[in-house]
Design a protein around this ligand. Structure first.
Ligand code: ZN
Length: 292
């Protein structure tokens, strides 16, 4: 081979290596699903696509055995990922799987508690600490306080009552309460979300939680009259949990008020930072934005 050919061959190698490097997203995400009172078969592919669109994530899915079957065989390799995205609301896992999940978080991993993922595992202490607050499953005042925004701050309300609920779907405004957090930095102070369930009365250990954004749960929409947490960031050991309460189904996942916080929050849970820019189609305080 002549020197000229050698250089040409080397150039091709360098180019090929560059292409491979550029094509490989830096973060690995695992969506967990398989049991849910929500249509996870519809939402998981959408969540996967939303993460892949950022070009930051390589996304795998770990589907559990179906409802009513033995889930003891469900052993996702959490440790192989930067972040786990919860789309699971079902039977309690085996002790070994629960331990692997807690170890993953405590050791620096990320978790995204998406919508109904705050429903399961009432009796699993660490899971509830990771997600801060949850609903349904018999949760009540023994599980911890409600969180509301009141008089310029978040209050921990220990009054009795069941955890979890929502009125009929309706559009609502999400108000940023922590504008300097990486997830919310650069977002407008308030933005509209299209018709969705507005979760209220979530309660739990509520330790090490920062409420990033709230939504007002109006009494005329069978709500609480309180500003309810919608976006939360929780510290757990060396790890991070991003809790996003909205996004009921495929229809709601087209609202940019879901898409962008979900993409940014997942990056933060995975890495502790957010590199994404706020897109031009982000909703305003009074106008919904959707990607149909
Ligand atoms: Zn729902």
């Amino acid at each position: 081979m002549s020197l000229k050919h050698l250089f040409a061959a080397l150039a091709v190698c360098v180019l090929a290596a560059t292409v491979v490097t550029a094509a490989e997203p830096p973060l690995k995400a695992l969506i967990i699903d398989g049991q849910n009172n929500h249509n996870w078969k519809e939402s998981t592919p959408i969540l996967k696509r939303l993460l892949e669109e950022t070009r930051l994530f390589k996304v795998d899915v770990a589907t559990s055995p179906p409802k009513g079957k033995d889930v003891s065989t469900y052993k996702p390799d959490f440790a192989a990922y930067n972040v786990v995205v919860g789309n699971y609301n079902g039977a309690e896992w085996a002790e070994e799987t629960k331990k692997a999940f807690v170890d993953f978080l405590a050791g620096g991993g990320g978790y995204v508690c998406y919508h109904a993922s705050c429903n399961p595992f009432r009796k699993w202490k660490e899971y509830n600490e990771i997600i801060a607050v949850g609903g349904w499953g018999g949760r009540n005042e023994t599980d911890g306080p409600f969180l509301h925004w009141k008089d310029g701050k978040i209050i921990h309300d220990t009054s009795p009552g069941s955890g979890g609920g929502h009125g009929p779907q309706h559009p609502f405004q999400i108000v940023v309460r922590e504008p300097d957090h990486p997830i919310t930095k650069g977002l407008p102070p308030a933005f509209m979300h299209s018709a969705d369930e507005l979760y209220h009365r979530l309660r739990g250990p509520a330790k090490n939680v920062t409420v990033l954004a709230t939504a007002f749960s109006a009494k005329e929409k069978r709500g609480t009259g309180n500003h309810e947490p919608m976006l939360m960031a929780i510290a757990y050991g060396k790890g991070r949990c991003f809790h996003i309460a909205h996004g009921h189904a495929g229809k709601q996942l087209k609202s940019v008020a879901f898409i962008v916080p979900f993409q940014r929050g997942t990056e933060w849970a995975a890495s502790g930072k957010v590199t994404q820019k706020v897109p031009a189609d982000f909703p305003t305080a009074d106008k919904v934005s959707r990607r149909e």
